[in-house]
Design a binder for this molecule. Sequence first.
Ligand code: UDP
Length: 236
Amino acid sequence: MTKPMYKRIMLKLSGESLSGEKGYGIDFDVVNRISSEIKELVDMGIEVGAVVGGGNIWRGRNGGEMDRTTADYMGMLATCINAMALQDSLESMGVVTRVQTAIEMREIAEPFIRRKAMRHLEKGRVVIFASGTGNPYFSTDTAAALRAAEIEADVILLAKKIDGVYDSDPNINKNAKKYDKLTFQEVLEKDLKVMDSTATSLCKDNNIPIIVFALDEVGNIKKALCGEKIGTIVGN
Ligand code: UDP
């Protein structure tokens, strides 16, 4: 295996990616598989930060008639449940982790403190960032972009159910074309559904490349980090 191209990475795991085929809740077989892939990275000396989503449990937009802010805070709490599941799974494999939350809940996790997060990463601990940005009206994609900038990550790995970015939905259009490479400008202009525009702009402004790839195939995370052509790479 070739050497990894990146020293410090930010892995964005959507809530959906933790629910497997069920589409709701947490599938521990899937979480354990992801954890074993993360362990491989840690064993290779890669520093891993992870932002987890919450869509497998709750999304702000599920709130319907609810007050949007309350619904968003519920979504942020959902990310904490996922973070603890991932933490438990990683630790069962001997990977040292810390969960840091943007909303304080000191009994179960550390509050987000950038300098502490950096120290944990330097020591080889996986830092799982929970409760998004801590603000309603944002997404965990934006949290991934923000935390990646803060911890000076070299790249964001955006794990999806789909194996890259397409010009149209490949589930609907059989002739949909997959992009190998894109610029952030193209993503914004073509309104491609990679991340939301806030997250995309943040990555563009801070020059943080994103690799969009499918988590379903075992070994993809490592391949992507070793420069193999996996998924779609988005940069400036
Ligand atoms: N959320 C929020 N602020 C944030 C991050 C998340 O309000 O900074 C809420 C929002 O309601 C969102 C939910 O948490 O719908 C779950 O996050 P997201 O939808 O990004 O999770 P994913 O799609 O990655 O599973």
